[in-house]
Design a protein around this ligand. Sequence first.
Ligand code: HEC
Ligand code: HEC
Length: 256
Amino acid sequence: MNLVQRKLLMGGLVAAFAAQTALVYLDDTASTFETLTEEAVRGRRLWHEHNCQSCHQIHGFGGFLGPDLTNAAQRLTDERLEEVLTVGAAQMPAFHLDEDERLDIALFLDELSFMGIGVPRRNKPLNPTAVRSAVDQRLAELAAGDTSLSEAVTRGAHAFRMNCSACHVPLQATPLGLQTAPDLTTVLARIDEKAVHTTIAAGRPDRGMQAWAHLGEQAVDDLVAFVVWLNEDRKALAEKVGGVGAEQPLPWWEYK
Ligand code: HEC
Ligand code: HEC
């Protein structure tokens, strides 16, 4: 390599470094996230002052005596929050926080919940194609046998394949950016059949699921029937794909 070539190479490296530095400083990813409000910042300070993290995780980081609170805002009622932050619960000590402090913590948890989902990915992900063919096989088996597989379920399975399977894979949750499309084979343990109907018809637009009422009342009923069937047939379905729940050899802090 002669001197001119070396100079050119050096110049190229310096230019690449300058370009990358410029790109890094121009990147505004951070500013696309909302920052915490003043109240939530106070809530976070209380969180640190009282060392809540020693027992609770946020996105999997923290102690394990209490539950992960990343998305606690979605399940907590005002009464429950008031109770735990005043008199405590189980092994959670009484902090006797006053109303303002409780509100700040509530807002902190609320805003935290919108920043991502803290779901530990404990199980080995299944292959979606294998799951889909397992569903087809189960339906075919039941249709061939002398069982009471209703036509609504078969029609619902078809509608599901057309409209829902891009996001929902039976037997497992699908991470979609900040949202998670839940495993629908267990949905009836969380919400009842009526709520399943409402969720399908009206969607949850602010949580990443569109409304499906435009498919027509009959199609929504069929989808509900299929979802109910998924819950009933979960065990047999799981056997077909070699079982769910195989623990993944991942360190516990590996979150989606
Ligand atoms: C010594 C450990 C410990 C500390 C410190 C602690 N917690 Fe807890 N917390 C727990 C336990 C254990 C539970 C579960 C109680 C139960 O099951 O009823 C809990 C429950 C909760 C819940 C209810 C969760 C739910 O899903 O129902 C909230 C909210 C909560 N804690 C917030 C806090 C906040 C905020 C702090 C700090 C001010 C804090 N905790 C400090 C142990 C602790
Ligand atoms: C674009 C992705 C997407 C598609 C397509 C989609 N969903 Fe969803 N669905 C989601 C997400 C995300 C959630 C979770 C919303 C939340 O966190 O509250 C959800 C939630 C649900 C729930 C409630 C689950 C629970 O545990 O509360 C049901 C039932 C459901 N979807 C059924 C369907 C059906 C039936 C279809 C097809 C007609 C469908 N979804 C299509 C993304 C999708």
